[in-house]
Design a protein around this ligand. Structure first.
Ligand code: GDP
Length: 195
């Protein structure tokens, strides 16, 4: 896919602010610090469109980006930041749930995990949650430059096994730093829109 235009539509703090209309939408979610902002900036080829978080876990907005005037890429707030309170965690859950249940135009949710680590309990819960809402779930394994190429498949298998992924679900390794795997991710997104 060629990116002709990429812009932020809105940083929504509530449902009222979600963009109207039926433009297809793909959302991204993952643990704080997984590299979500870097991934968005890399795939959109814009250095500073998404903010690289300086205070992880503090973002409570859903950021809607519009790509080529064709679809929305949606940045959901990260989870799993150790220092948030139980109340804040519950508020996060409600915030995400409102989004997932209200968007008729939501086509797919991408779950981001760090390729180096076994997905933790929060990741497993998130994966199952997304599935439960009926989304296919593409897993994006970030920071692939941090492991040797020879270890890649082993790490992918660990992610697949821990999340108990269905055979048809994709794991796409990417590196924002080295700009690797970006074409594969675009390919998977294109398939969604064409299918
Ligand atoms: P977010 O909290 O999920 O939005 O994560 P950020 O995009 O802010 O990235 C968290 C940290 O991981 C930052 O220090 C980034 O520089 C680093 N990072 C992100 N992507 C990559 C990558 O592909 N490779 C490497 N080596 N580091 C990365």
């Amino acid at each position: 896919m060629k990116i002709k235009t990429a812009d932020i539509v809105i940083s929504a703090v509530s449902q009222k602010q979600y963009p109207e209309g039926m433009m297809p939408e793909v959302a991204m979610v993952g643990r704080s610090n997984v590299g979500k902002s870097s991934t968005i900036n890399t795939i959109l080829n814009r250095k500073k469109l998404a903010r690289i978080s300086s205070s992880p876990g503090k973002t409570r907005t859903i950021n809607f980006y519009i790509i080529n005037n064709e679809f929305h890429l949606v940045d959901l707030p990260g989870y799993g930041y150790a220092k948030v309170s139980r109340d804040e965690r519950a508020a996060w859950g409600k915030f995400i749930e409102t989004y997932l249940t209200s968007r008729k135009n939501l086509v797919e949710v991408l779950l981001l995990v760090d390729i180096r680590h076994e997905p933790n309990n929060d990741d497993v819960l998130m994966y199952n949650w997304i599935k439960q809402y009926g989304f296919g779930t593409i897993v994006v394994a970030t920071k692939s430059d941090k492991i040797p190429r020879s270890q890649l498949q082993k790490h992918i298998n660990l992610i697949r096994g821990t999340l108990k992924m269905d055979a048809e679900d994709k794991v796409i390794p990417i590196s924002s730093l080295k700009k690797q795997g970006i074409e594969n991710l675009w390919g998977a997104l294109e398939e969604l829109f064409i299918a």
